[in-house]
Write a protein that binds this ligand. Structure first.
Ligand code: ASP
Ligand code: MG
Length: 413
Protein backbone atom coordinates (compact mmCIF):
# COMPACT_ATOMS: atom_id res chain seq x y z
CA UNK A 1 0.00 0.00 0.00
CA UNK A 2 1.09 3.52 -0.68
CA UNK A 3 1.47 6.02 2.10
CA UNK A 4 -1.17 8.73 2.42
CA UNK A 5 1.17 11.23 0.93
CA UNK A 6 3.59 9.48 -1.33
CA UNK A 7 6.20 10.52 -3.84
CA UNK A 8 5.40 8.66 -7.02
CA UNK A 9 7.36 8.55 -10.24
CA UNK A 10 5.11 7.67 -13.15
CA UNK A 11 6.22 6.84 -16.66
CA UNK A 12 3.95 6.93 -19.69
CA UNK A 13 5.08 5.20 -22.87
CA UNK A 14 4.69 6.25 -26.49
CA UNK A 15 1.22 4.81 -27.07
CA UNK A 16 -0.04 6.38 -23.84
CA UNK A 17 0.89 9.83 -25.17
CA UNK A 18 0.30 8.96 -28.82
CA UNK A 19 -2.25 11.72 -29.55
CA UNK A 20 -3.45 15.00 -28.02
CA UNK A 21 -6.52 13.17 -26.70
CA UNK A 22 -4.37 10.54 -25.00
CA UNK A 23 -2.10 13.18 -23.52
CA UNK A 24 -5.16 14.81 -22.00
CA UNK A 25 -6.18 11.44 -20.57
CA UNK A 26 -2.76 11.05 -18.99
CA UNK A 27 -3.14 14.53 -17.49
CA UNK A 28 -6.48 13.51 -15.98
CA UNK A 29 -4.93 10.42 -14.44
CA UNK A 30 -2.12 12.49 -12.95
CA UNK A 31 -4.70 14.94 -11.61
CA UNK A 32 -6.41 12.11 -9.73
CA UNK A 33 -3.20 11.18 -7.98
CA UNK A 34 -2.41 14.78 -7.24
CA UNK A 35 -5.83 15.42 -5.73
CA UNK A 36 -5.06 12.68 -3.20
CA UNK A 37 -2.08 14.69 -2.03
CA UNK A 38 0.66 12.66 -3.71
CA UNK A 39 3.76 14.29 -5.14
CA UNK A 40 4.41 13.35 -8.72
CA UNK A 41 7.34 13.22 -11.07
CA UNK A 42 6.20 12.11 -14.51
CA UNK A 43 8.48 10.73 -17.21
CA UNK A 44 7.22 10.48 -20.76
CA UNK A 45 8.36 8.86 -23.98
CA UNK A 46 8.08 10.36 -27.42
CA UNK A 47 4.67 10.03 -29.06
CA UNK A 48 4.41 6.56 -30.63
CA UNK A 49 6.24 6.29 -33.94
CA UNK A 50 8.10 9.53 -33.41
CA UNK A 51 11.50 8.06 -32.49
CA UNK A 52 11.37 5.76 -35.51
CA UNK A 53 10.39 8.66 -37.73
CA UNK A 54 13.32 10.75 -36.51
CA UNK A 55 15.81 7.93 -36.99
CA UNK A 56 14.55 7.32 -40.53
CA UNK A 57 14.83 11.02 -41.30
CA UNK A 58 18.43 11.09 -40.09
CA UNK A 59 19.23 8.10 -42.29
CA UNK A 60 18.06 9.99 -45.34
CA UNK A 61 20.95 12.37 -44.75
CA UNK A 62 23.59 9.98 -43.43
CA UNK A 63 23.34 6.22 -43.98
CA UNK A 64 25.04 5.68 -40.63
CA UNK A 65 24.06 8.82 -38.73
CA UNK A 66 26.70 10.36 -36.52
CA UNK A 67 25.81 9.11 -33.01
CA UNK A 68 26.19 12.48 -31.32
CA UNK A 69 23.99 14.23 -33.84
CA UNK A 70 21.50 11.40 -33.82
CA UNK A 71 21.10 11.87 -30.07
CA UNK A 72 20.55 15.60 -30.52
CA UNK A 73 17.82 14.71 -32.94
CA UNK A 74 15.96 11.79 -31.38
CA UNK A 75 15.90 13.43 -27.96
CA UNK A 76 13.51 16.01 -29.41
CA UNK A 77 10.71 13.44 -29.51
CA UNK A 78 10.54 13.38 -25.72
CA UNK A 79 11.00 17.13 -25.49
CA UNK A 80 7.75 17.61 -27.40
CA UNK A 81 5.86 15.15 -25.18
CA UNK A 82 6.88 16.80 -21.91
CA UNK A 83 5.80 20.23 -23.10
CA UNK A 84 2.45 18.95 -24.35
CA UNK A 85 1.79 17.07 -21.13
CA UNK A 86 2.65 20.10 -19.01
CA UNK A 87 0.25 22.18 -21.08
CA UNK A 88 -2.45 19.55 -20.63
CA UNK A 89 -1.88 19.59 -16.86
CA UNK A 90 -2.08 23.37 -16.80
CA UNK A 91 -5.35 23.06 -18.69
CA UNK A 92 -6.66 21.18 -15.65
CA UNK A 93 -5.44 23.89 -13.32
CA UNK A 94 -2.42 21.92 -12.14
CA UNK A 95 0.95 23.57 -11.68
CA UNK A 96 3.37 21.71 -13.92
CA UNK A 97 6.88 22.14 -15.24
CA UNK A 98 8.70 20.21 -17.90
CA UNK A 99 12.42 19.54 -18.17
CA UNK A 100 14.71 17.84 -20.63
CA UNK A 101 17.16 15.29 -19.28
CA UNK A 102 20.01 17.77 -19.60
CA UNK A 103 18.09 20.42 -17.65
CA UNK A 104 17.47 18.11 -14.70
CA UNK A 105 21.02 17.11 -15.16
CA UNK A 106 20.76 13.46 -15.70
CA UNK A 107 24.47 12.93 -16.08
CA UNK A 108 25.48 10.02 -18.31
CA UNK A 109 28.63 8.64 -19.84
CA UNK A 110 29.38 9.62 -23.44
CA UNK A 111 28.31 6.39 -25.14
CA UNK A 112 25.93 8.05 -27.58
CA UNK A 113 22.73 6.12 -28.39
CA UNK A 114 23.32 3.76 -25.46
CA UNK A 115 24.55 5.96 -22.63
CA UNK A 116 24.45 4.93 -18.99
CA UNK A 117 23.21 7.16 -16.20
CA UNK A 118 25.93 8.11 -13.74
CA UNK A 119 24.28 10.66 -11.49
CA UNK A 120 21.13 12.71 -11.14
CA UNK A 121 20.88 16.15 -9.54
CA UNK A 122 17.57 16.00 -7.81
CA UNK A 123 17.69 19.43 -6.13
CA UNK A 124 15.72 21.28 -8.74
CA UNK A 125 13.09 18.57 -8.87
CA UNK A 126 12.73 18.68 -5.10
CA UNK A 127 12.31 22.43 -5.09
CA UNK A 128 9.55 22.16 -7.70
CA UNK A 129 7.85 19.35 -5.84
CA UNK A 130 7.97 21.35 -2.61
CA UNK A 131 6.37 24.23 -4.45
CA UNK A 132 3.49 21.96 -5.44
CA UNK A 133 4.40 21.34 -9.04
CA UNK A 134 4.01 18.18 -11.00
CA UNK A 135 7.44 17.74 -12.55
CA UNK A 136 7.45 16.33 -16.06
CA UNK A 137 10.78 14.94 -17.26
CA UNK A 138 11.75 13.85 -20.76
CA UNK A 139 12.61 10.15 -20.77
CA UNK A 140 15.40 8.39 -22.65
CA UNK A 141 17.97 11.18 -22.45
CA UNK A 142 20.71 12.78 -20.45
CA UNK A 143 23.81 14.86 -20.86
CA UNK A 144 27.46 13.93 -20.62
CA UNK A 145 30.24 15.72 -18.78
CA UNK A 146 31.05 17.76 -21.91
CA UNK A 147 27.45 18.96 -22.19
CA UNK A 148 26.48 16.82 -25.17
CA UNK A 149 22.99 15.37 -25.26
CA UNK A 150 22.95 11.58 -24.93
CA UNK A 151 20.24 8.93 -25.19
CA UNK A 152 19.88 5.71 -23.23
CA UNK A 153 18.99 3.14 -25.88
CA UNK A 154 15.60 2.17 -27.26
CA UNK A 155 12.98 1.89 -24.54
CA UNK A 156 15.20 4.02 -22.30
CA UNK A 157 12.43 6.06 -20.74
CA UNK A 158 11.76 3.16 -18.38
CA UNK A 159 15.30 3.55 -17.12
CA UNK A 160 14.92 7.30 -16.72
CA UNK A 161 11.86 6.71 -14.54
CA UNK A 162 13.50 4.09 -12.36
CA UNK A 163 16.67 6.16 -12.01
CA UNK A 164 14.65 9.20 -10.93
CA UNK A 165 12.71 7.06 -8.46
CA UNK A 166 16.01 5.81 -7.04
CA UNK A 167 17.52 9.29 -6.83
CA UNK A 168 14.42 10.76 -5.17
CA UNK A 169 13.83 7.69 -3.01
CA UNK A 170 10.30 7.61 -4.34
CA UNK A 171 7.71 5.41 -2.69
CA UNK A 172 6.84 3.78 -5.98
CA UNK A 173 7.76 3.88 -9.65
CA UNK A 174 4.76 3.19 -11.85
CA UNK A 175 5.30 2.27 -15.49
CA UNK A 176 2.12 2.90 -17.49
CA UNK A 177 2.01 1.06 -20.76
CA UNK A 178 -0.39 -0.48 -23.26
CA UNK A 179 -0.70 -3.76 -21.36
CA UNK A 180 -2.10 -4.02 -17.85
CA UNK A 181 0.86 -5.80 -16.34
CA UNK A 182 3.34 -8.60 -16.79
CA UNK A 183 1.80 -11.79 -18.12
CA UNK A 184 2.67 -15.45 -17.72
CA UNK A 185 3.44 -15.29 -21.44
CA UNK A 186 2.40 -13.27 -24.49
CA UNK A 187 -1.43 -13.38 -24.65
CA UNK A 188 -1.24 -13.11 -28.44
CA UNK A 189 0.21 -16.60 -28.45
CA UNK A 190 -1.60 -18.02 -25.45
CA UNK A 191 -5.00 -16.39 -24.95
CA UNK A 192 -5.24 -18.09 -21.53
CA UNK A 193 -2.16 -16.21 -20.28
CA UNK A 194 -2.72 -14.52 -16.92
CA UNK A 195 -1.55 -11.25 -15.50
CA UNK A 196 0.81 -11.80 -12.59
CA UNK A 197 -0.02 -9.82 -9.45
CA UNK A 198 3.59 -9.98 -8.42
CA UNK A 199 6.80 -11.19 -9.94
CA UNK A 200 10.16 -11.22 -8.25
CA UNK A 201 12.86 -8.91 -9.44
CA UNK A 202 15.02 -11.88 -10.46
CA UNK A 203 12.23 -13.40 -12.51
CA UNK A 204 11.48 -10.08 -14.14
CA UNK A 205 15.11 -9.74 -15.10
CA UNK A 206 14.99 -13.15 -16.78
CA UNK A 207 11.68 -12.40 -18.49
CA UNK A 208 12.95 -9.06 -19.76
CA UNK A 209 16.25 -10.44 -20.99
CA UNK A 210 14.49 -13.36 -22.63
CA UNK A 211 12.45 -11.16 -24.86
CA UNK A 212 9.39 -10.12 -22.92
CA UNK A 213 9.36 -6.50 -23.98
CA UNK A 214 7.34 -4.90 -21.21
CA UNK A 215 10.29 -3.14 -19.56
CA UNK A 216 13.70 -2.14 -20.79
CA UNK A 217 16.09 -4.59 -19.16
CA UNK A 218 18.34 -1.87 -17.88
CA UNK A 219 15.49 -0.37 -15.91
CA UNK A 220 14.94 -3.70 -14.17
CA UNK A 221 18.63 -3.93 -13.31
CA UNK A 222 18.49 -0.42 -11.93
CA UNK A 223 15.42 -1.20 -9.85
CA UNK A 224 17.20 -4.23 -8.43
CA UNK A 225 20.32 -2.34 -7.56
CA UNK A 226 18.52 0.51 -5.81
CA UNK A 227 15.57 -1.49 -4.49
CA UNK A 228 13.03 0.63 -6.29
CA UNK A 229 9.44 -0.47 -5.81
CA UNK A 230 8.33 -0.92 -9.41
CA UNK A 231 4.87 -1.53 -10.81
CA UNK A 232 3.68 -2.04 -14.38
CA UNK A 233 0.14 -0.87 -15.16
CA UNK A 234 -2.14 -0.05 -18.09
CA UNK A 235 -2.61 3.57 -19.00
CA UNK A 236 -5.90 2.71 -20.67
CA UNK A 237 -7.69 1.24 -17.69
CA UNK A 238 -9.07 3.30 -14.85
CA UNK A 239 -8.62 0.70 -12.15
CA UNK A 240 -6.24 -2.20 -11.87
CA UNK A 241 -3.22 -2.87 -9.74
CA UNK A 242 -0.98 -4.10 -12.55
CA UNK A 243 2.04 -6.20 -11.63
CA UNK A 244 4.28 -5.37 -8.71
CA UNK A 245 7.92 -6.36 -8.96
CA UNK A 246 8.89 -7.63 -5.53
CA UNK A 247 12.14 -8.35 -3.80
CA UNK A 248 10.97 -11.14 -1.56
CA UNK A 249 9.85 -14.51 -2.67
CA UNK A 250 6.35 -15.44 -1.78
CA UNK A 251 6.61 -17.98 1.00
CA UNK A 252 3.09 -19.01 0.51
CA UNK A 253 2.53 -22.66 -0.33
CA UNK A 254 0.49 -21.73 -3.36
CA UNK A 255 3.50 -20.11 -4.99
CA UNK A 256 3.64 -21.35 -8.54
CA UNK A 257 6.77 -23.24 -9.50
CA UNK A 258 6.95 -21.47 -12.82
CA UNK A 259 5.96 -17.82 -13.15
CA UNK A 260 6.22 -17.39 -16.88
CA UNK A 261 7.32 -18.58 -20.26
CA UNK A 262 9.54 -16.32 -22.31
CA UNK A 263 10.63 -16.76 -25.90
CA UNK A 264 12.45 -15.03 -28.68
CA UNK A 265 13.49 -15.46 -32.26
CA UNK A 266 16.43 -13.13 -31.93
CA UNK A 267 19.21 -15.70 -32.03
CA UNK A 268 20.98 -17.90 -34.53
CA UNK A 269 22.89 -21.11 -33.92
CA UNK A 270 26.38 -21.86 -35.15
CA UNK A 271 28.25 -25.16 -34.98
CA UNK A 272 31.94 -25.65 -35.57
CA UNK A 273 32.35 -29.27 -36.64
CA UNK A 274 35.33 -31.52 -36.11
CA UNK A 275 37.21 -29.40 -33.64
CA UNK A 276 40.35 -30.87 -32.01
CA UNK A 277 39.42 -31.66 -28.39
CA UNK A 278 42.25 -29.94 -26.53
CA UNK A 279 42.77 -27.15 -24.00
CA UNK A 280 42.26 -23.63 -25.32
CA UNK A 281 39.83 -24.53 -28.07
CA UNK A 282 36.83 -22.69 -26.61
CA UNK A 283 38.97 -19.62 -26.28
CA UNK A 284 40.30 -19.94 -29.83
CA UNK A 285 36.77 -20.16 -31.19
CA UNK A 286 35.03 -17.57 -29.04
CA UNK A 287 37.92 -15.12 -28.61
CA UNK A 288 37.65 -13.65 -32.12
CA UNK A 289 33.85 -13.52 -31.76
CA UNK A 290 34.16 -11.56 -28.53
CA UNK A 291 36.78 -9.28 -30.11
CA UNK A 292 34.20 -8.43 -32.78
CA UNK A 293 31.83 -7.41 -29.97
CA UNK A 294 29.37 -10.16 -30.71
CA UNK A 295 27.43 -11.46 -27.71
CA UNK A 296 27.43 -15.19 -27.30
CA UNK A 297 24.53 -16.69 -25.38
CA UNK A 298 24.15 -20.48 -25.15
CA UNK A 299 27.24 -22.65 -25.58
CA UNK A 300 27.51 -26.41 -25.95
CA UNK A 301 30.54 -28.57 -26.40
CA UNK A 302 30.00 -32.24 -27.02
CA UNK A 303 32.02 -35.10 -25.65
CA UNK A 304 34.88 -35.82 -28.01
CA UNK A 305 35.36 -38.86 -30.23
CA UNK A 306 38.77 -39.75 -31.60
CA UNK A 307 40.14 -36.45 -30.36
CA UNK A 308 37.50 -34.42 -32.21
CA UNK A 309 34.39 -32.68 -30.99
CA UNK A 310 31.66 -30.30 -32.13
CA UNK A 311 31.19 -26.87 -30.61
CA UNK A 312 27.88 -24.98 -30.85
CA UNK A 313 26.72 -21.61 -29.64
CA UNK A 314 24.14 -18.93 -30.32
CA UNK A 315 24.61 -15.28 -31.29
CA UNK A 316 22.15 -12.47 -32.04
CA UNK A 317 20.44 -13.24 -35.32
CA UNK A 318 21.61 -10.02 -36.93
CA UNK A 319 25.22 -11.05 -36.25
CA UNK A 320 24.83 -14.51 -37.78
CA UNK A 321 26.51 -13.87 -41.13
CA UNK A 322 29.30 -11.84 -39.59
CA UNK A 323 30.03 -14.55 -37.03
CA UNK A 324 30.18 -17.29 -39.67
CA UNK A 325 32.53 -15.12 -41.72
CA UNK A 326 34.84 -14.58 -38.76
CA UNK A 327 34.89 -18.28 -37.94
CA UNK A 328 35.52 -19.36 -41.52
CA UNK A 329 38.27 -16.85 -42.13
CA UNK A 330 39.99 -16.56 -38.75
CA UNK A 331 39.23 -19.69 -36.80
CA UNK A 332 38.60 -22.72 -38.98
CA UNK A 333 41.96 -22.68 -40.80
CA UNK A 334 43.84 -22.07 -37.55
CA UNK A 335 42.43 -24.86 -35.47
CA UNK A 336 41.82 -27.21 -38.38
CA UNK A 337 38.08 -27.59 -37.84
CA UNK A 338 36.14 -29.54 -40.45
CA UNK A 339 33.35 -27.06 -41.14
CA UNK A 340 31.27 -24.19 -39.80
CA UNK A 341 27.52 -24.62 -40.17
CA UNK A 342 24.50 -22.95 -38.67
CA UNK A 343 21.03 -21.63 -39.04
CA UNK A 344 18.97 -18.69 -38.01
CA UNK A 345 15.58 -20.39 -38.07
CA UNK A 346 15.67 -21.16 -34.37
CA UNK A 347 13.81 -19.92 -31.34
CA UNK A 348 14.62 -19.92 -27.67
CA UNK A 349 11.87 -20.88 -25.25
CA UNK A 350 12.39 -20.58 -21.51
CA UNK A 351 10.50 -21.37 -18.36
CA UNK A 352 11.21 -18.97 -15.50
CA UNK A 353 10.39 -19.23 -11.83
CA UNK A 354 12.00 -18.88 -8.42
CA UNK A 355 9.85 -21.85 -7.35
CA UNK A 356 12.22 -24.03 -9.36
CA UNK A 357 14.78 -23.72 -6.61
CA UNK A 358 12.74 -25.79 -4.24
CA UNK A 359 11.27 -28.29 -6.67
CA UNK A 360 12.84 -31.16 -8.54
CA UNK A 361 11.75 -32.66 -11.81
CA UNK A 362 11.01 -29.37 -13.51
CA UNK A 363 13.42 -29.97 -16.36
CA UNK A 364 12.11 -33.45 -17.00
CA UNK A 365 8.54 -32.17 -17.06
CA UNK A 366 9.60 -29.56 -19.60
CA UNK A 367 11.41 -32.06 -21.81
CA UNK A 368 8.61 -34.62 -21.61
CA UNK A 369 6.06 -31.99 -22.60
CA UNK A 370 8.09 -31.04 -25.66
CA UNK A 371 8.77 -34.68 -26.55
CA UNK A 372 5.07 -35.48 -26.48
CA UNK A 373 4.59 -32.90 -29.20
CA UNK A 374 7.50 -34.24 -31.22
CA UNK A 375 9.47 -31.04 -30.73
CA UNK A 376 13.20 -31.63 -31.01
CA UNK A 377 15.41 -29.81 -28.53
CA UNK A 378 18.60 -28.53 -30.13
CA UNK A 379 20.25 -26.90 -27.13
CA UNK A 380 19.58 -26.58 -23.43
CA UNK A 381 20.82 -24.18 -20.80
CA UNK A 382 19.83 -23.73 -17.20
CA UNK A 383 20.26 -21.37 -14.31
CA UNK A 384 18.84 -21.51 -10.80
CA UNK A 385 15.52 -20.03 -11.87
CA UNK A 386 15.33 -20.72 -15.59
CA UNK A 387 15.55 -23.48 -18.17
CA UNK A 388 15.95 -22.50 -21.81
CA UNK A 389 15.77 -24.67 -24.89
CA UNK A 390 16.50 -23.91 -28.52
CA UNK A 391 13.98 -25.39 -30.94
CA UNK A 392 13.15 -25.02 -34.61
CA UNK A 393 11.46 -21.68 -35.06
CA UNK A 394 8.38 -23.28 -36.55
CA UNK A 395 7.63 -25.00 -33.23
CA UNK A 396 8.05 -21.94 -31.06
CA UNK A 397 4.40 -21.06 -30.56
CA UNK A 398 3.41 -24.68 -30.04
CA UNK A 399 6.17 -25.09 -27.44
CA UNK A 400 5.04 -21.99 -25.56
CA UNK A 401 1.41 -23.16 -25.56
CA UNK A 402 2.06 -26.69 -24.34
CA UNK A 403 4.49 -25.56 -21.66
CA UNK A 404 2.08 -22.91 -20.46
CA UNK A 405 -0.49 -25.61 -19.94
CA UNK A 406 1.90 -28.21 -18.53
CA UNK A 407 3.01 -25.82 -15.79
CA UNK A 408 -0.56 -24.89 -14.84
CA UNK A 409 -0.28 -21.31 -15.96
CA UNK A 410 -3.53 -21.28 -17.89
CA UNK A 411 -6.26 -19.10 -16.52
CA UNK A 412 -8.88 -20.94 -14.58
CA UNK A 413 -11.87 -20.77 -16.89
N1 ASP B 1 11.30 7.05 -27.44
C1 ASP B 1 12.33 6.09 -27.17
C2 ASP B 1 12.10 4.84 -28.00
O1 ASP B 1 11.17 4.78 -28.79
C3 ASP B 1 12.46 5.79 -25.73
C4 ASP B 1 11.26 5.15 -25.08
O2 ASP B 1 10.17 5.11 -25.66
O3 ASP B 1 11.38 4.67 -23.96
O4 ASP B 1 12.83 3.91 -27.90
MG1 MG C 1 8.68 0.94 -23.86
Amino acid sequence: MLANVALIVQKYGGTSVGSPERIKNVARRIAKFQSKGHHLVVVVSAMSGETNRLIALAKEIQVHPDPRELDVMVSTGEQISVALLSMALMGLGIKARSYTGAQVRILTDSAHTKARILKIDEDRLRADLDAGHVVVVAGFQGVDEAGSITTLGRGGSDTTAVALAAALKADECQIYTDVDGVYTTDPRIVPEARRLKTITFEEMLEMASLGSKVLQIRSVEFAGKYKVRLRVLSSFEEEGEGTLITFEEDNDMEQAIISGIAFNRDEAKITVLGVPDRPGIAYQILGPVADANIDVDMIIQNVGHDGLTDFSFTVPRNEFIRTVDILKSQVQPHIGARDVIGGDRIAKVSIVGVGMRSHVGIASRMFRTLAEEGINIQMISTSEIKISVVVDEKYMELAVRVLHKAFDLNQAS
